[in-house]
Design a protein around this ligand. Structure first.
Ligand SMILES: Nc1ncnc2c1ncn2[C@@H]1O[C@H](COP(=O)(O)OP(=O)(O)O)[C@@H](O)[C@H]1O
Ligand SMILES: [Mg+2]
Length: 246
């Protein structure tokens, strides 16, 4: 069974056709990269998958379950997590507080408020373990706005991974990072559990081809190519778009 099936998904924003009839499937544990020029519809596709906006037409299936019209929190409960193109941290809260809030939200469906209070130390322990696992214990007490942009992006990633999602959507996690930070974030993604399905939008071709099992190429809202890195590398229309864009 596929982790995700995207079946003829279209999205129209009041006249702007952001996605047209996009179809492809992602296998469990796959590292699926989504590439394409600015405005191609990549983030819109993530918004369709996470339920941020309704599809105009088409169907989305998560592990065999139709989630096309499911609200975002149900999708999250079914194991879907995402990061955003722009950092999503509370700037005046510490890294630890941001992490605890995210862990709390991820368990909202399982714990009542009263039980949450008793779970507080468990949440703290879990947050500390995550920061230590990813080598970020040093910044636990720093406010989100005080840490570097690269560190903010790493914390975004940890927040999304914290609930051990089955399917993780990453929207340009390396954008705006230094070369060293890109290496670090690519390493974090490489260290994710092998059975976690990862969909990642990436503008850096070297990073995309390095990580991908398969690649989907969007252009002007349409899926113009889909396949292994080797298949995509040699694809005439993809070459044309990227040569034309550069
Ligand atoms: N909420 C929105 N309202 C109106 N138009 C939107 C909205 N989100 C995206 N679009 C439009 O959809 C197209 C695709 O955008 P987007 O998915 O952000 O592209 P990408 O992530 O590939 O750069 C663009 O023309 C953009 O202006
Ligand atoms: Mg985008």
């Amino acid at each position: 069974m596929s982790a995700l099936v995207i079946d003829s998904v279209s999205k129209n924003f009041g006249g702007v056709q952001a996605l047209t009839d996009v179809s492809f499937s992602i296998a469990p544990g796959e590292r699926r990269l989504i590439i394409g020029p600015n405005g191609a519809g990549k983030t819109t596709l993530f918004n369709m998958l996470s339920g941020a906006f309704p599809v105009s037409s088409g169907q989305v299936t998560l592990f065999g379950r139709d989630i096309t019209n499911a609200p975002p929190n149900l999708r999250a409960n079914l194991g879907l997590a995402r990061t955003f193109q722009i950092t999503n941290l509370f700037p005046n809260l510490t890294v630890m507080e941001n992490l605890i809030l995210a862990l709390q939200a991820q368990h909202e469906h399982a714990f009542s408020m009263f039980r949450l209070m008793r779970k507080e130390s468990a949440l703290f322990d879990r947050a500390q373990a995550l920061l230590s696992q990813w080598g970020l214990s040093d910044i636990a007490g720093a406010r989100a706005r005080e840490i570097s942009y690269g560190q903010q992006r790493q914390v975004d990633l940890i927040l999304a991974m914290a609930g051990a999602p089955k399917v993780l959507l990453l929207d340009e996690p390396t954008a705006g990072l230094s070369a060293a930070e890109v290496v670090r974030v690519v390493g974090m993604i490489g260290d994710l559990p092998a059975d976690m399905t990862v969909l990642m939008i990436e503008h850096d071709m070297d990073v995309a081809f390095d990580i991908a099992d398969r690649i989907a190429v969007l252009h002007q809202g349409c899926l113009i190519a889909e396949g292994t890195p080797d298949e995509i590398r040699g694809h005439p229309q993809v070459t044309e778009i990227y040569l034309g864009a550069d």
